[in-house]
Design a protein around this ligand. Structure first.
Ligand SMILES: Nc1ncnc2c1ncn2[C@@H]1O[C@H](COP(=O)(O)OP(=O)(O)O)[C@@H](O)[C@H]1O
Ligand SMILES: [Mg+2]
Length: 274
């Protein structure tokens, strides 16, 4: 069987070329081939340029990397979701050739983050054509449910291969307490709550440090709303890793509201892991 490849979507935009660069590094580090896919609208002759540029960028980033290219036709999101079925990871830019000024996340990236059957990395920076950062910690958002376990696994692996520290962040607020306690006591002992939340984070991480003894793990419990707390923790990070759904969301496909906001606002690449 062919080894599963890392897939990057190339539409000819600067943002997609940054995604190709990130994907090439990731493929080399995982010793997997890189598959570059361009989707042309039905009935239109696909141009060669997006794939040629993407291949050049990949080869310049990682000389010697096995790079394959493919052209598909049809609606871009549907074609890429189909391609994702045989990939280990899909890497996309935050913007493409469509969109409009001020738009925070393109529609194709948005659709893949919500519906791809494998992890998705959206390579974004403070500007659409910022090269992706290669310094700083990997940050993972951890909630109280097993739904972040896949994100934790992805984050340890990513930090291990990069020799980067891993910051695991768990946020909590008075609002989240209301879900655990049907009646909120009048005199909440916040020190005690903070201690409980710290224990909860440690429990979710139990076992992982033994599996990855070389990864320096920093555990942070933050009293803040999830999006704000995670964005603050991700300042200066090289990758932010989140699950696709939190504990408030129904099961199935789709994307939780925290992950969605982070994809819109983070200043570093974001991995959504289901
Ligand atoms: N036709 C396409 N073929 C391959 N990849 C695509 C295509 N369209 C979009 N992508 C990928 O998705 C990323 C985001 O593009 P998109 O969501 O379409 O944003 P926009 O709405 O700004 O065009 C691109 O950087 C690229 O990686
Ligand atoms: Mg587009």
């Amino acid at each position: 069987m062919n080894p599963r490849s890392i897939l990057a979507g190339a539409d000819g935009s600067p943002s997609a070329l940054n995604a190709v660069r990130w994907a090439a590094r990731e493929a080399a580090s995982r010793r997997l081939p890189l598959r570059l896919v361009h989707v042309a609208p039905d009935g239109r002759q696909p141009g060669d340029r997006p794939l040629e540029e993407a291949r050049r960028r990949a080869e310049a980033t990682e000389p010697g990397l096995e790079v394959r290219t493919a052209t598909r036709t049809g609606p871009a999101a549907a074609a890429l979701i189909d391609e994702a079925g045989t990939a280990s990871l899909v890497v996309l830019g935050s913007h493409g050739l469509g969109g409009f000024p001020g738009m925070l996340l393109g529609s194709v990236s948005s659709a893949l983050a919500a519906h791809a059957p494998c992890p998705v990395v959206v390579v974004r920076g403070t500007l659409p054509d910022d090269p992706p950062p290669e310094q700083g910690p990997v940050v993972v958002g951890v909630d109280a449910s097993p739904s972040s376990d896949a994100a934790i696994a992805f984050a340890f692996d990513a930090a291990g291969r990069r020799g980067a520290p891993l910051t695991a962040v768990h946020t909590w607020t008075d609002m989240s307490l209301g879900e655990t306690w049907s009646v909120l006591p009048i005199d909440v002992d916040y020190d005690e709550v903070a201690e409980d939340e710290r224990r909860l984070l440690a429990e979710r991480l139990a076992g992982w440090s033994e599996k990855y003894p070389d990864v320096r793990l920093i555990q942070r419990t933050v009293r803040d709303r999830p999006v704000r707390g995670l964005l603050a923790a991700a300042a200066g990070a090289q990758l932010l890793v989140v699950g696709s759904r939190g504990r408030h969301e129904h099961h199935g496909m789709g994307l939780g509201s925290t992950s969605q906001s982070l994809l819109h606002h983070a200043a570093c690449p974001v991995a959504v892991v289901r």
